[in-house]
Ligand binder design. Structure first.
Ligand code: S3P
Length: 158
């Protein structure tokens, strides 16, 4: 059975996955390898809808495997994906406060998210609030991560 980490961009999915199992699969990284370009480049060239199709295809494949997966923050946007996720045994939602996320993403110059850089702060906050119920809908476990160390979060998951 696969185990999936979900949550908004900047909630720490990749860092926590690395601590839980160094052999984890990072969806964004795998997509970048498959698409042979960065996610930002792909968004700019083909648009978000094309990215979502690639993401959904990959999600369906990963759900067939027995691995820990760090998902992209937008994986819950599609109803089809949510249906698939809801059937998975372990879907762990890392829930972070908006201010923590905003600060983290502003600092993260190495990994620029197109949906962050292309939106105003208000638009980005709207996206955050729009997505919260979607993560909650599919989560089998919710961990509040703000103010906790990675080790504390890992302990809560295990
Ligand atoms: C996205 C989140 C990103 C990446 C892409 C779109 C989103 O992943 O998949 O930029 O829509 O929330 P992270 O959650 O790993 O930042």
């Amino acid at each position: 059975m696969p185990k999936l980490l979900i949550g908004f961009m900047g909630s720490g999915k990749t860092s926590i996955a690395r601590l839980l199992d160094p052999d984890f699969i990072d969806m964004d990284q795998l997509l970048e390898e498959r698409l042979d370009m960065s996610i930002s480049q792909y968004f700019a060239q083909y648009g978000e809808a094309a990215f979502r199709r690639e993401e959904s295809q990959l999600l369906a494949q990963l759900l067939e495997q027995d691995r820990l997966v760090s998902t992209g923050g937008g994986v819950v946007m599609s109803k089809e994906n949510r249906k698939l996720l809801a059937q998975a045994d372990q879907v762990i939602y890392l829930a972070a406060d908006f201010d923590v996320i905003y600060e983290r993403l502003s600092q993260d110059k190495d990994h620029q998210r197109p949906l962050f850089v292309d939106k105003t702060a208000d638009e980005f906050r709207d996206l955050f609030h729009q997505r919260l119920p979607l993560y909650e809908e599919v989560a089998s476990q919710t961990i509040q991560v703000s103010g906790k160390s990675p080790q504390e979060i890992v302990k809560e998951i295990k």
